[in-house]
Ligand binder design. Structure first.
Ligand code: AMP
Ligand code: MG
Length: 410
């Protein structure tokens, strides 16, 4: 058995960042930037009002209450230049509208009396120069660095890019991932089970996990435990995908052909890792006809094992391919406190228990409890879990112990 760290380093060394593409902002959410963006525009582009109210000369409000003549209205979307503010006068103004010439302060509606339709307004509070005015360039100015290389684009990043008139951005292309399930016992057509058959759940689970993490997937089908079938599914996948995920066929069984095929046609290492579940992993690269090395993740077949292996190896590897830095390959790592013992025995392995992790307001901490049965085939407990708790080698962790938790749905 090898340590988790070693297996992970090996996997990550085979996952290299993808090429760069230019995408519309609409398609850039979650992508990692391949270019820095410097603002070419000022934000706001003109001085405007932060409130609904009256544009005034502050000097006219030195003594209050004071009655000012209302000479016009400036609404958002107009230039305001045809409604200058003269001495003793005020101009009605709506949030976001440009401050008209002659005005140096805005009086908010709440500091006035009189009907909005009236020819006059009574100002009840003295205005200070610049009050409620957002100056041009208050937020961003030409030359300001707005986005750095290597930024994971959030909705707010896209918002600031849209604000400065950027429509497209260069990002690291996210990998397209092909998924293959393997096993003679599997059926995937919904028909009644013949003796010895089970339903293929891994392919759907992994595709939806991948898609929920922002990766497009290709269904490469269900391959029988046959070397030729597995080989052609992998070769076909390597031509159309940036990475391939398989499940099953990597253990010690007589018909575990995934590792055999990958070893023969690719550059592969078969690993027995000191973790539970998900001990076996075959990882390697297949060379596509154009010379590109395509990573292949041979995950174990047990449904819970395949999901845990995905979280520990596949997801970080695919994040690396997506341009994330080494310190940002794992997602949702927090500490939690056990509200019940998590039972285990010392066996030289780190265990990843399926747990429910919930924020507790009273103690200002995440509380952790078992999600149910902990076998690698216990999918019901996996479905009930929202996190994996990392139990270091040793015996049972008692109530109150702090554990490292990997949130599956942060
Ligand atoms: P294997 O790694 O191929 O020996 O499979 C280990 C266990 O996982 C066996 O009990 C398989 O029946 C089960 N298994 C393998 N592939 C799948 C799958 N696609 N969906 C559900 N169970 C699977
Ligand atoms: Mg099998």
């Amino acid at each position: 058995m090898i340590e988790l760290r070693e297996a992970r380093d090996y996997v990550l060394s085979g996952c290299l960042p993808n090429d760069h593409i230019v995408v519309a902002l609409n398609d850039a959410l979650g992508c990692v930037t391949a270019e820095a963006v410097v603002a070419a525009e000022q934000v706001p582009p003109f001085a405007n009002t932060a409130v609904d109210g009256y544009a005034v000369d502050a000097a006219d409000t030195a003594t209050v209450p004071v009655t000012l003549r209302v000479t016009g209205t400036v609404r958002a979307g107009t230039s305001g230049t045809d409604s200058p503010v003269e001495t003793g006068c005020a101009v009605r103004i709506m949030t976001g509208a440009p401050v008209p010439p002659g005005a140096n302060a805005i009086v908010m509606v709440e500091d006035t009396e009189g009907s909005p339709e009236g020819d006059t307004v009574v100002v009840t509070a003295t205005a200070t120069v610049d009050q409620h005015i957002r100056p041009a360039g208050d937020d961003v100015n030409p030359g300001d660095p707005v986005i750095a290389v290597g930024t994971e684009l959030t909705a707010a990043h896209l918002g600031v890019l849209a604000t400065i008139g950027v429509t497209h951005i260069a990002v690291v292309r996210r990998p397209v991932v092909g998924v293959i399930s393997t096993g003679d016992e599997l059926i995937d057509d919904g028909s009644p089970l013949a003796p010895g058959q089970i339903r293929d759940s891994n392919r759907l689970t992994l595709r939806k996990l991948l898609e929920s993490h922002g990766f497009d997937t290709v269904d490469l089908g269900l391959a029988r435990d046959n070397e030729q079938v597995i080989e052609s599914a992998m070769r076909a996948g390597a031509e159309s995908c940036d990475a391939i995920v398989t499940t099953g066929g990597v253990s010690m069984g007589d018909f575990d052909y995934v590792k055999v095929v990958l070893d023969r046609i690719g550059d592969m290492r078969w690993m027995q890792i000191a973790i539970r579940p998900a001990k076996p992993l075959a990882f390697g690269t297949l060379t596509r006809s154009d010379g590109t090395a395509v990573p292949v993740f041979g995950l174990p077949g047990n449904p819970v094992s395949s999901m845990v292996s995905y979280e520990l190896f596949c997801r970080p590897g695919l994040r690396k391919m997506s341009g994330f830095g080494d310190d940002n390959l794992d997602v949702g790592m927090i500490n939690g406190v056990l509200t019940e013992p998590l039972r285990r025995r010392a066996d030289g392995k780190t265990h990843f228990a399926r747990v429910v992790c919930e924020w507790d307001d009273e103690s200002s901490a995440y509380k952790v409890r078992s999600a149910g049965a902990q076998g690698s085939h216990h999918m019901a407990a996996m479905a009930a879990a929202n996190a994996l708790a990392e139990l270091p080698d040793g015996d049972t962790l008692e109530t109150g112990s702090t554990v490292r938790v990997r949130l599956l749905r942060p």
